[in-house]
Ligand binder design. Structure first.
Ligand SMILES: Cc1cc2nc3c(=O)[nH]c(=O)nc-3n(C[C@H](O)[C@H](O)[C@H](O)COP(=O)(O)OP(=O)(O)OC[C@H]3O[C@@H](n4cnc5c(N)ncnc54)[C@H](O)[C@@H]3O)c2cc1C
Length: 440
């Protein structure tokens, strides 16, 4: 008898095949493939209030919607039923979940086909990130985003064929779990001040140091590690190296307890005389800082896309709750301060979505969107705090319990203003682009 997982995998693979075929149809042949796909998409109710109108969307085509729909089934069948348990356990089974997503093609939508990816443009990754926002916690989407958009972009772009075969392909297929080692005990916002060192000895690097707050760190198979490979200037002395986590000298010092993102494991990792072949370096030695800054662009767009859906879901659930909850003989929602505030928040969500989609449209045409991605990340963090706080308030005592999505969102989304570059770091980048940052 076929299990639900088998069926989801089979269906995911079939849908993605259809998607890729229809893409060719769309561009070069008839509209038959597109029509059958769009009929299928249109027959499903659109649950969010987003402007997800097939044919009229700024960046999404029928194929994006088909991709989202296919992913939603996996989320509903394979992930959401287990979220409560994984949140309580403080970890989710990354290998199991990634295998399901990888087999269906969702861990490499914009990655090269020769390494298992779907070879689609970055707008498809944004669509996937948005859909992952339907997972009923922040920790699991974040862990998936670390795998797809935070540890692998530089490897896919600058890594050697051999390195991509060893680390990228299995990460896209869901056979290996990846993590990113940038932050350290003494260096988070100021990436240039990291201390972890890789000293070249023959055809190996010997690594010493430690990384902090490493998402997926307790269960990862490899780490994309930012290290100093020389004593040169801080922006030109760094390299990114793929390091297997089972090498002698790699120690998971501890799993860090956190305010939110409970189902995502966060580790402190030490490197004690870890020997890694020099061929494990991504691209050129000394270019790691630049590669990491480029990698951050995708990380930030991804994070905004993901949190947009979560904000929208929290607003929608707040509307539902306040519509049926009565105070002073009328629904909470009917008090003007409540429905006006929700309208204001939804307006801000739409503004952020417009910024994200225009940044994405520019990015897929090859433009540098650092400024727009930083603005979106800044606004995403601030808006998430407002949405979490205002909506939780409207739930009253219920909002303070662990039984509802809003309280988890309130805890989880706080990270958005800190992780992957704090709000102030985003402001600094925006100021640089505005040429308003005082010169040192
Ligand atoms: C749950 C979680 C998961 C994470 N996952 C990863 C991961 O997988 N890999 C990884 O490498 N890192 C990860 N991080 C680390 C994260 O990216 C850092 O926490 C973040 O970059 C901030 O660095 P910091 O904590 O050292 O804060 P600090 O650098 O000490 O900054 C403290 C505060 O100073 C303020 N500040 C910063 N810059 C300025 C400025 N220019 N002007 C004024 N004020 C400023 C900000 O408010 C900031 O929050 C994770 C963190 C958390 C909490």
């Amino acid at each position: 008898m076929r299990t639900q997982t088998d069926m989801a995998l089979r269906e995911g693979a079939l849908r993605l095949n259809l998607l890729l075929n229809s893409r060719t149809f769309y561009k070069f042949n008839s509209s038959v493939g597109v029509r059958s796909l769009s009929d299928n998409v249109l027959s499903k109710p659109v649950t969010s209030s987003a402007p997800e109108i097939v044919g009229d969307h700024i960046i999404y085509t029928q194929e994006h919607f088909a991709l989202k729909e296919s992913l939603r089934k996996i989320i509903d069948q394979e992930i959401n039923p287990h979220v409560e348990q994984w949140e309580a356990e403080g970890i989710f089974p990354a290998h199991k979940v990634f295998k399901i997503l990888g087999s269906a093609g969702f861990l490499g939508v914009n990655k090269p086909v020769e390494y298992g990816g779907l070879g689609l443009d970055y707008s498809y990754s944004v669509a996937v990130a948005e859909e992952l926002g339907h997972i009923r916690c922040g920790g699991i989407p974040m862990a998936i985003g670390v795998q797809t958009d935070m540890t692998t972009p530089a490897l896919a772009r600058f890594g050697s064929a051999e390195l991509k075969q060893e680390f990228l392909l299995p990460s896209i297929m869901g056979d290996k779990v990846a993590c990113l080692g940038v932050s350290e005990v003494g260096a988070g916002s100021d990436v240039s001040s990291i201390m972890t060192k890789a000293v070249r000895k023959g055809d190996e690097y010997v690594i010493n140091g430690g990384k902090m707050w490493t998402t997926n760190g307790t269960q990862a198979d490899w780490i994309c590690l930012l290290v100093n490979t020389s004593d040169g200037p801080p922006h030109r002395n760094k390299s990114l190296i793929c390091v297997p986590m089972n090498l002698p000298g790699v120690q998971i010092a501890r799993k860090i307890e956190k305010l939110g993102m409970w189902s995502s494991d966060t580790a402190e990792v030490f490197f004690d005389d870890v020997h890694v072949p020099c061929k494990n370096i991504i691209g050129q030695e000394g270019m790691g800082f630049t590669y990491q800054m480029l990698q951050f662009q995708e990380e930030r767009l991804w994070a905004v896309a993901n949190i947009l859906t979560m904000m929208e879901n929290v607003i929608q659930e707040t509307i539902q709750y306040t519509r049926q909850r009565k105070i002073f003989n009328r629904p909470v929602l009917h008090h003007q301060s409540v429905h006006f505030r929700l309208a204001e928040l939804q307006t801000e969500v739409e503004l952020l979505r417009a910024l994200l989609h225009s940044a994405t449209a520019l990015y897929i045409k090859g433009n540098d969107v650092t400024k727009l991605a930083s603005m979106a990340k800044l606004k995403g963090g601030r808006l998430a705090r407002e949405v979490g706080d205002s909506c939780l308030q409207f739930w009253g005592g219920m909002g303070f319990t662990s039984d509802v999505l809003v309280s988890r969102f309130y805890r989880d989304s706080r990270l958005m203003s800190i992780g992957g570059g704090a709000d102030e770091v985003m402001l600094g980048i925006i100021c640089k682009y505005m040429d308003t940052l005082p010169k040192k």
